[in-house]
Design a protein around this ligand. Structure first.
Ligand code: G6P
Length: 619
């Protein structure tokens, strides 16, 4: 949610900043802006409504020279998306320019206070209040920028990642964070001089350096071209920066011949999941090795309840994880919307384990939920994709998905990565607790190993979805149905369709239909039913019958060679046979493709759907 890029060094900053904004555009895309200090010492700010390409267009005739700069891509929270509200924001004297990710909760009272002192504001944003506050502190305390930022941030309630330029000090870049992520890349230019990069995540940085520092909450950093990098906290206590080497492949940040990141990420799933299980699932020895569990074995042996907190797609994968862990490890699991959990007074026992599931590892509600759980003494386990993310660092132990960066706003490979990781977790706990017979454990390990190949098969055998999807562009509603492990898949299929095609869709447990939603069925209503030849097959067949007799259109996901459901359906997607607990990993693939192709047929921007952001760092 909002992306920040920054650079100070010997190179021209503009190309680095623009490229970085393109890499971060998935975080927000309603407006963008850039600020540079040129060799003459002019501090410029250029902003445009819309995508980064609009910003590029708007600065074609402008001076964009300079070896220091900051840039921002916005997802509006305060003030409508337009060029005035876009970042960077100038201070009143235009001596400072600032970009911000987060929300300043007390911005109204701060603004009123400054207005009383004669300061004027151009925008509706909380960010302008922040930059004005820094200047106000500089003037009233006659101090340097760094001290003014410290003083200003002490008065601020809320979350922020900021980067700030000062016209009269073109040799320094100042940044700070609390609650919103900010990474400093430490590099060297061709002539060996120091250069520094800033990014809301590592994607704008990895092209130039793999040496990074994850700024911690309430830390402020100052960097200059002579290689100075000082970090203190708000009370001016010096902090020791920890340099981390990140491993990210640039190919992972490109579309690689696919028209959209989403389609690329759907097709990446078999390989991504091979990477996810590599070293963790040992088929020869029929074993599951998760260091996050092994290192805390006693906690898991003693644990009497698991609570999983998550949002969005991650909440859906958590539901599948619940079914798996309860079945395999015999531990009760509760799945909570992090945004609800954090504002209740939940009962947490000392032998509870609270798991956060989050692709980005930055979702504000999930982070707050686990902070609450920690304050009540729970042991925290993180399942994140982004390495070094806030949730990964806030938890006591955890497992990374290792599915590679996910850029498409609609989550696909992170969903299947989360399901796989939760299944590994369930098996690893089951092994420690000996809740499964050896025979069953070995059978599950063997089947697990085959899932990536079966995913590949599913992708290869559902290629006609693009043509079929055209028929559904007129639809205003969809219903998705599934039972058992496939109920969360129905929720996820419906969410994917809503997110990128803007068609209203609801997921339901199939048997709940008759308690209300069946009233919606008529010849206009497509009903997507996940009906594998396993578990509750016969019951799902009856549910389909009920829909057919009310003239609903059936789109089904069936097991290869199924004839019964196929005969009852207007269209079918096929998946290979697998055990019930692994069906979600296959069944979700045609649903991802269906949403993708319906959205394409409707002319939607699938990688950047309206109003959504990939990483929701505000509540
Ligand atoms: C946003 C994204 C979703 C994601 C959710 C939770 O809404 O658009 O795709 O599922 O946040 O994000 P997380 O990073 O915590 O999994």
């Amino acid at each position: 949610m909002c992306g920040i890029v920054g650079y100070i060094g010997e190179q021209q900053a503009y190309p680095i900043l623009i490229k970085g904004l393109h890499r971060l555009e998935y975080r927000g895309y309603d407006s963008a802006g850039i600020s540079l200090i040129n060799d003459k010492g002019d501090l410029s700010v250029y902003k445009a409504k819309g995508k980064v390409s609009m910003l590029e267009e708007s600065v074609k005739e402008k001076d964009v020279t300079g070896t220091i700069g900051i840039a921002h891509t916005r997802w509006a929270t305060h003030g409508e998306p337009n060029a005035v509200n876009a970042h960077p924001h100038y201070s009143q004297s235009k001596n400072l320019a600032l970009v911000h990710n987060g929300i300043i909760e007390n911005y109204k009272s701060l603004r009123a206070e400054m207005e009383k002192n004669g300061m004027t504001f151009c925008s509706d944003t909380d960010t302008e209040v922040l930059v004005q506050l820094v200047e106000y502190m500089q003037n009233s305390h006659k101090c340097d920028l760094y001290t003014a930022v410290q003083l200003a941030l002490k008065n601020v309630i809320g979350a922020y990642a900021i980067a700030i330029l000062e016209k009269s000090k073109p040799d320094q870049l100042v940044c700070a964070r609390k609650g919103s992520p900010l990474i400093i890349g430490v590099g060297k230019s061709d002539n060996g001089r120091a250069e520094f990069y800033l990014g809301s995540d590592a994607t704008p940085i990895v092209e130039y350096t793999n040496q990074v520092i994850y700024l911690k909450d309430e830390e402020i950093a100052i960097m200059d071209r002579r290689g100075r990098l000082d970090i203190t906290n708000l009370s001016n206590v010096k902090q020791t920066p920890q340099l981390v080497t990140i491993q990210m492949n640039l190919d992972q940040l490109e579309k690689g011949g696919f028209p959209h990141f989403m389609l690329k990420e759907i097709w990446e799933q078999p390989n991504a999941l091979r990477t996810c299980i590599r070293g963790r699932l040992n088929v020869t020895d029929k074993d599951v090795l998760l260091s996050g569990i092994i290192d805390h074995k006693e906690k898991f042996l003693k644990c009497r309840r698991i609570i999983i907190c998550a949002c969005g797609t991650s909440w859906h994968s958590a539901l599948i994880g619940k079914y798996f862990i309860e079945e395999a490890a015999q531990i009760p699991v509760e799945v909570e919307y992090a945004s609800e959990f954090r504002y209740r007074n939940p009962v947490i026992y000392p032998d509870d384990i609270v798991i956060a599931v989050s692709q980005s590892g930055e979702t504000a509600d999930t982070l707050a939920a686990i902070q609450l759980a920690k304050s009540k003494g729970a042991f925290l386990y993180g399942i994140c994709n982004v390495i070094g993310s806030s949730i990964a660092r806030a938890t006591d132990s955890g497992t990374y998905l290792h599915v590679g960066p996910e850029i498409g706003v609609a989550s696909t490979k992170a969903f299947t990565g989360q399901v796989i990781t939760l299944a590994l977790l369930g098996l690893a706990i089951a092994k420690e607790k000996k809740t499964l017979s050896d025979e069953m454990f070995h059978m599950l390990v063997d089947e697990f190993q085959m899932i990536p190949d079966k995913m590949q098969w599913t992708l290869e055998h559902n290629k006609g979805i693009d043509k079929f999807a055209q028929m559904f562009t007129y639809c205003k509603n969809f219903i998705y149905l599934g039972r058992g492990y496939n109920y969360p898949v129905a929720l996820e299929g419906a969410l994917k369709l809503k997110e990128i095609s803007y068609i209203h869709a609801e997921g339901y447990p199939a048997a709940e239909m008759k308690h209300g939603p069946i009233a919606l069925i008529d010849e206009e209503m497509p009903v997507v039913v996940i009906a594998p030849k396993r578990g509750m097959y016969e019951k799902v067949v009856s549910n389909i019958q009920e829909i057919k007799s009310r003239k609903g259109k059936i789109i089904s996901v069936v097991t290869q060679h199924d004839t019964v459901v196929k005969g009852m359906s207007d269209y079918t997607f096929v998946i290979p046979d697998t055990r019930d607990c692994f069906v979600p990993l296959l069944a979700v693939i045609p649903l991802q493709l269906l949403s993708y192709y319906v959205a394409i047929a409707k002319g939607r921007n699938v990688d950047q759907p309206r109003n959504l952001a990939k990483s929701v760092t505000v509540e």
